[in-house]
Design a binder for this molecule. Structure first.
Ligand SMILES: NC(=O)c1ccc[n+]([C@@H]2O[C@H](COP(=O)([O-])OP(=O)(O)OC[C@H]3O[C@@H](n4cnc5c(N)ncnc54)[C@H](OP(=O)(O)O)[C@@H]3O)[C@@H](O)[C@H]2O)c1
Length: 338
């Protein structure tokens, strides 16, 4: 399909099908670089965009926050020596000056700015970083959004110390798996939850000490009995099980949330919250410094992402279906380069 033409996965609004369509090579301005994309990766955010953005975008917006490729051209304010560089992209755009919270101009690559599910991406040189040497293109594409979010959640927000007991919810997810790998590499004692016993077994092979199936109504009682509770809980689910996390947090514990895969939180045991002096911390993405630290952490410890499956860009809807069904264990990757 479009063998010599440029392609992109275009989103035109939630009432329109997401399709691979012909797409013009972007023109560069100022400090932008043109990246020939090799691989991209899905995030749950792409699904939220597809399901929730009601507005009609007649020209379409290119989806995708994660990706990796090679610089093919540069704008007038970018160094021509960058051509040929193999890069990953930081999708955290215009964070602002305050490391505590993003500013008003903050956006995430892939909506409303054109994203990575495309043969070509034009983006400011501020957001490109050399591809980690120990990773392939395919692996590098799986790093940015979920790696950054997990890194900030664990280190900047929860301030993980080695040997602490950590619980990570919904371990099949891309961000959850990065949190698992980072925490294990930092010598934390890590437990997980999942809706699948098979995924819990896979998590154990990555260093988790145990796991609990959140579909079992008794899972929290079992977790309490087996572990005695947790110093840190990294949650991307929210929903009506959040109260169980409050129950499972140790006195002085930190619960960090960055997602709502299971919907809004329905109940909070207020007495436990204050009596145990818990910190409930929200987080989103991260700063440029955190992106750099995350890449250093991955490179220093030679950590590789868990890749679930690789689809071709033409199979993007199958890829989304797999994510929608929560069938994946790890990152779902799109092959773009022909
Ligand atoms: N705020 C941010 O900056 C930010 C950044 C990254 C992600 N997020 C959010 O974090 C969530 C995960 O993102 P992702 O891209 O890693 O998603 P993903 O790869 O699609 O993973 C989602 C995972 O959620 C788990 N899950 C489903 N229902 C659950 C439930 N009732 N309780 C606990 N876990 C459940 C499943 O794990 P099992 O199959 O193991 O059950 C599934 O694999 C999404 O809501 C996303 O929007 C936010």
């Amino acid at each position: 399909m479009f063998a010599s033409k440029k392609r992109a996965v275009l989103f035109k609004g939630k009432d329109y099908p997401v399709e691979v369509q012909e797409f013009k090579k972007p023109r560069l301005v100022k400090d932008q670089v043109l990246i020939r994309m090799h691989y991209a990766a899905l995030n749950h955010r792409d699904l939220w965009v597809i399901k929730e953005q009601a507005q009609h975008f007649p020209d379409g917006i290119v989806l995708g926050s994660d990706g990796c490729g090679v610089i093919e051209d540069v704008g007038e304010d970018a160094d021509p020596m960058l051509v040929g560089l193999e890069v990953v992209i930081n999708p955290s755009l215009d964070w602002g000056d305050n490391p505590i919270v993003q500013g008003d101009r903050f956006r995430i690559l892939g909506f409303p700015d054109n994203g990575t599910f495309s043969d070509y991406l034009a983006i400011s040189k501020k957001y490109i970083f050399e591809k980690p040497e120990h990773l392939t293109f395919e692996e590098s594409a799986a790093v940015p959004l979920s790696g950054l979010t997990a890194y900030r959640a664990l280190f900047s927000k929860a301030r993980l110390r080695s040997k602490e007991k950590v619980l990570i919810t919904g371990i099949g997810g891309g961000a959850a798996l990065w949190a698992l790998q980072f925490a294990v590499a930092y010598q934390a004692r890590v437990y997980v939850t999942s809706g699948s016993d098979e995924k819990i077994e896979k998590a154990k092979r990555l260093g988790a000490l145990g796991g609990f199936n959140y579909k079992d109504p008794e899972w929290a009682t079992k977790a309490q009995k087996e572990t005695g509770g947790f110093d840190i809980i990294i949650d991307s689910a929210g929903g009506d099980q959040f109260n169980k996390l409050i129950e499972l947090a140790l006195p002085g514990g930190r619960i960090v949330n960055f997602g709502r895969t299971a919907g809004n939180i329905t109940e909070v045991a207020t007495r436990l919250l204050y009596w145990k002096q818990l910190s409930v911390l929200g987080t989103t993405m991260g700063t440029r410094d955190e992106f750099l630290s995350m890449l250093d952490f991955i490179e220093g410890r030679k950590i590789k992402p868990v890749i679930d499956q690789v689809y071709s860009i033409d199979q993007v809807n199958e890829a989304f279906q797999r994510m929608e069904n929560s069938d994946q264990f790890g990152k779902i990757v799109l092959k773009i380069a022909r």
